[in-house]
Design a protein. Structure first.
Length: 150
């Protein structure tokens, strides 16, 4: 997996169903492990970065392309997981890794993901969007429409 300053990096992809019942990536946080740690948990000394900060340091000018591939992969993972799951899903948190060859690895899928990535100052808007997508998907499921769509 990629590293910065000798510390492993992984990514939390916060996924939601939108008002059209489609999976979208709402927010992405890059989590850097603390010195000497193999886990990136923030409460264990990890640090939160933007994906641009992390990927830019590792892949330079290819960072945007790597990020777009990772987003596409996260959407495909959500769609595949939903097909195999017998309950309704509207939110998933994927912990993904990216290796030096730009291959993407899924470590974990969380049906009730934490919201800690949205504490990063540059991800606060995504935190608000996350809540809005929950509402939009609830409206979709209930077959209600917003007043501004009537």
């Amino acid at each position: 997996m990629i590293e910065i300053d000798g510390c492993p990096i992984d990514f939390r992809f916060h996924m939601h169903k939108n008002g059209s019942n489609q999976w979208i990536v709402v927010g992405i946080g890059a989590k850097k492990a603390g010195r000497g740690s193999v886990t990136t948990h923030l409460k264990n000394g990890g640090a939160l970065l933007t994906p641009g900060q992390a990927l830019g340091r590792v892949f330079g000018g290819r960072a945007d392309e790597v990020l777009q591939r990772a987003k596409s992969t996260a959407i495909k993972l959500a769609e595949s997981l939903e097909i195999q799951h017998r309950h309704l899903l509207g939110e998933i948190g994927f912990d993904l890794g990216i290796d030096q060859d730009e291959d993407i690895w899924m470590f974990e899928a969380n049906a009730k993901p934490g919201r800690s990535i949205f504490r990063h100052p540059s991800l606060r808007a995504e935190g608000k969007a996350s809540i809005e997508h929950i509402l939009e998907h609830c409206l979709y499921l209930s077959k209600f429409r917003r007043r501004d769509e009537m």
